[in-house]
Design a binder for this molecule. Structure first.
Ligand SMILES: C[S@@+](CC[C@H](N)C(=O)[O-])C[C@H]1O[C@@H](n2cnc3c(N)ncnc32)[C@H](O)[C@@H]1O
Length: 493
């Protein structure tokens, strides 16, 4: 058995003792806590290289909406549960009321790490990732590689926010006498990225909770676009399933409703349930045995996924490219974040509505306003003018960026070759194609080495940087492809 596998095995055994289980609801507690792993009845841990790496697969065919995992409240790691077990931590935190709940949870996590094997949570802490690719961890070079202003600003904001929060938390961490290496900005970035990418929503702490085993689910975007507003409205009326509906039979499957997060109107397939005092996870669709079981953490654009979770999706149904409008076009003063091109290349409702009026002669605007605001087609000419405006806007957006779609495609291939230790000749060829950016990478990571047979090698710093550089190039390429060809907004109306 490999070291990794052994560590996961120990972790699952520990989790079993805490009452975490993927067994059906009618399984006796005594039965649950005597098995050697909390998984095996519905789920198993495995590597899924194409979607998130380590994740959870289905051990058998799973029905849609079936309860597949329960994590009792006592197994959730929260600021509250950590403070209950550590009086010094609890007393010190009370002296820093200005810290936010996420800062407090980040400090609590570092304090627990400081205890190493002495921590009650050690088996859980041991299997947490050691590094993250969230935007706050991006260097200046990696931020510049995003190219688009909105994205570079978001990344710069993420870095300075992390720095500010770290500075504010240092006095508390000193008071707690954390080990020196846990006081560094690097450790803070690790801790805050762990909070950002792994916590699940709970009603009693806005920082969320760490949910052992439950945080092994990888992400798939909730496909909200395929549901009608009537369906969504009807789902909101059942904000939490009652405990009697937790046990589900195949025959009542069609009657079941999707699990809803009442606060945000967002479809969720997991949530804390007061009635059973546990975090409960449901299969969002049917899964075949062996398939990876995914969770919808929420609806995010790729930039938001990158910011909070450190990855992005190739096809993201919630993707948006924001368009800056001249003040005089946006008649109804739509909020900036409602003016964008959707994942399918169509303009958002607000963008379309504003453009419908903009291309209408001023004297006719009043009479057709109600049509524009209800999303109706005004005329064929109006439609053609909108598309012309939109294409021009998108072309201008693309031209402004320092590299083309073709170059980015080439660069991505080059980055992959660099990760795979390509020969010196290959690297030279690549450098001539994307010379400046590759040169900047070498400079920023201070590395360009070749072994005795002329194979290319990267330092460990460069290896970490290349992952984030690749994410930045993937993000900008997806964005460029997205705006390259806006689709006629009125097709299908
Ligand atoms: C809650 S954890 C999921 C489990 C995680 N893979 C692990 O090994 O612990 C969330 C993290 O998993 C990764 N992840 C989740 N879904 C992904 C996806 N669809 N594609 C790529 N990475 C994903 C990201 O690194 C993200 O920050």
């Amino acid at each position: 058995m490999g070291e990794e596998e052994e560590s996961v095995g120990k972790f699952l055994k520990w989790a079993t003792k805490l009452g975490i289980t993927d067994a059906p609801l009618d399984t006796l507690d005594s039965e649950i806590q005597t098995v050697s792993s909390c998984l095996g009845k519905s789920l198993f841990v495995s590597e899924f290289p194409d979607a998130g790496g380590r994740g959870l697969g289905a051990t058998r065919d799973l029905r849609k909406h079936e309860l597949i995992l329960r994590v009792p409240k006592s197994a959730l790691m929260t600021s509250e549960s950590l403070m209950l077990k550590d009086q010094k931590l609890s007393l010190s935190i009370k002296r820093y009321p200005h810290l936010s709940s996420t800062q407090i949870l980040s400090v609590c996590l570092l304090a627990e790490m400081s205890k190493a094997k002495g921590s009650w949570w050690y088996p859980y802490l041991k299997q947490l990732p050691r590094q993250y690719e969230t935007l706050s961890t991006f260097s200046h070079f990696e931020i510049q590689a995003l190219q688009v202003d909105d994205a570079t600003w978001a990344a710069e904001r993420a870095v300075s926010k992390a720095e500010m929060e770290w500075n504010e938390a240092i006095p508390l961490m000193r008071e707690l006498e954390l080990r020196p290496q846990l006081l560094t900005f690097k450790s803070w970035l690790w801790s805050s990225a762990t909070v950002s990418s792994r916590t699940l929503h709970i009603p009693w702490d806005s920082a969320g909770c760490f949910c052992p085993v439950g945080d092994l689910f990888n992400y798939a975007a909730p496909g909200m676009e395929s549901y009608s507003s009537e369906e969504i409205a009807s789902w909101t009326q059942t904000s939490t399933l009652d405990s009697s509906s937790l046990e589900k039979s195949a025959s009542d499957e069609e009657l079941e409703v999707e699990h809803i997060d009442g606060d945000s109107l967002r479809l969720t397939d997991a949530g804390y349930e007061e009635q059973v005092e546990a975090y409960c996870f449901y299969a969002r669709r049917r899964y075949r045995k062996g398939e990876q079981v995914l969770l919808g953490y929420g609806t995010y654009t790729n930039l938001e996924l990158l910011e909070h979770y450190g990855f992005l999706l190739n096809a993201n149904p919630n993707e948006k490219v924001f368009i800056q409008m001249e003040q005089n076009i946006n008649f109804n003063s739509w909020p900036k974040d409602s003016i964008y091109i959707q994942h399918d290349g169509k303009p958002s409702f607000a963008l379309l509505s504003a453009l419908c009026l903009w291309v209408t002669p001023p004297k006719d605007r009043k009479s057709v306003g109600h049509l524009a605001y209800s999303g109706k087609q005004l005329s064929a000419e109006n439609e053609v003018s909108i598309m012309k405006w939109l294409r021009k806007k998108c072309e201008a957006l693309l031209e402004k960026l320092p590299s083309s779609i073709e170059t980015d495609g080439l660069l991505l291939t080059s980055i992959e070759k660099m990760q795979n230790h390509t020969s010196i000749q290959e690297v030279k060829k690549m450098i001539s194609a994307c010379e400046v950016e590759i040169g900047n990478f070498f400079e920023s990571t201070n590395s360009q080495t070749f072994d005795e047979v002329g194979k290319f090698h990267l330092s460990s710093k460069a290896r970490r940087s290349i992952e984030r550089w690749k994410l930045a190039v993937q993000w900008r390429l997806r964005t460029k492809l997205h705006v390259a060809l806006p689709i006629d907004p009125l097709v299908g109306r």
